[in-house]
Design a protein around this ligand. Structure first.
Ligand SMILES: [Zn+2]
Length: 352
């Protein structure tokens, strides 16, 4: 297994587990990678694909296969993720995805077209792909991100394939919401659980690899909640600025309709924005709770707001009610099309 996983940070237990499984005579054909969003589950699966498809069998990183896997153009690697769904949907004339709620919904769910195929829409179905022999190597790797987004029809159509695929196929199903994955799918997979990365590992990555200065790397690693993906999100000035405005609105309890509309619009742009900012709000109220109720500032996540929280008076009931409200919104948001309005409502609700 020389060289494999060399580009993956952390997740040592998972590396050892997968390495030992791949050495076995009979390798399971389906895995479920479960864990927080943005902690590298898909990158991990792609790294396994590179190892399995590499012409030297070593994940050399330089052969034709390795290069193609890196560019996601290898014919024996199918990656069904958000980019692919968006691409496939725009192909048959569904543009302006961000302006029409219906279409956003369609893009984030994995419809039966992606399992059975749809000639008219030029979508290749997984079920018809898996029965073909691999084009170049001995294996075909199929990665499906956000497997919880399979529609019921799609999940049913996929089950048989997942149960008895021709043996040159390997599936890596990925989820950050394991509770929403149908049990029938889960039960056919070997589950690998991914943990959040330690904060110092993330800080080191941002300082050494991305050359972020220490103070900024310190804050970003603290608010990333164990996820490099989240950290990269916070590297963008615009996102950090929206976070600052949001924090000041809540901690200052100043209702500004203009600002509330502005931040809500930005946040409602996508599912990822929504879930990260909801996570931020939760962590902010959690910080208030830790400082005001537990008198414990040592494990504060949002260090840049700690001083304001310490020097202000907040009602504990308000903090607890807000935490409850945020959690409720997070659940409803998954099914609600008008995220902008939902977020705005939430802000008015938790600002007292
Ligand atoms: Zn190679």
């Amino acid at each position: 297994m020389h060289g494999v996983f060399k580009d993956i940070m952390g997740h040592e237990r998972q590396k050892a587990l997968i390495s030992s499984i791949l050495k076995k005579e009979r390798v399971p054909h389906a895995f479920l990678f479960s864990g927080l969003e943005g902690i590298g589950k898909k990158t991990f699966a792609i790294s396994i694909a590179r190892k399995l498809l590499c012409q030297t069998g070593e994940d050399c990183g330089f052969c034709r296969s390795c290069m193609k896997v890196k560019k996601l153009t290898h014919p024996d690697l199918l990656v069904l993720d958000h980019q692919y769904l968006e691409w496939a949907t725009s192909l048959h004339g569904k543009k302006n995805l961000k302006e029409n709620g219906e279409q956003i919904k369609e893009v984030s769910s994995i419809s039966i077209d992606f399992i059975r195929g749809n000639e008219e829409k030029k979508i290749k179905g997984i079920n018809e792909e898996v029965i073909r022999h691999p084009h170049e190597g001995k294996k075909r790797i199929i990665i499906i991100d956000n497997i919880e987004n399979l529609t019921n029809d799609a999940a049913n159509a996929f089950l048989k394939t997942l149960e008895e695929p021709p043996d040159y196929n390997m599936f890596f199903l990925i989820t950050s919401r394991e509770g929403d994955v149908p049990v029938t799918i889960k039960s056919r997979c070997v589950k690998v659980l991914f943990n959040p990365l330690p904060q110092d590992l993330i800080k080191g990555y941002f300082m050494n690899t991305l050359e972020v200065e220490e103070k900024r790397a310190d804050l970003i690693s603290s608010i990333s909640q164990g996820s490099i993906g989240n950290g990269i999100f916070w590297l963008e000035d615009k996102n950090l600025e929206i976070r600052r405005i949001l924090g000041e609105l809540i901690l200052g309890k100043k209702k500004s309709h203009v600002l509330i509309t502005l931040v809500s619009e930005h946040i409602a742009k996508g599912n990822r924005e929504c879930s990260i900012f909801i996570g931020f709000l939760l962590s902010l109220f959690r910080d208030m709770f830790m400082i005001k109720k537990m008198d414990n500032a040592s494990c504060v996540i949002n260090k840049d707001f700690a001083e304001v929280i310490e020097n202000s008076v907040y009602n504990l009931e308000w903090i607890e009610a807000s935490i409850k409200k945020i959690k409720e919104t997070a659940v409803i948001m998954k099914y609600n099309i008008n995220k902008w309005l939902m977020f705005e409502n939430l802000l008015y609700n938790i600002m007292g």
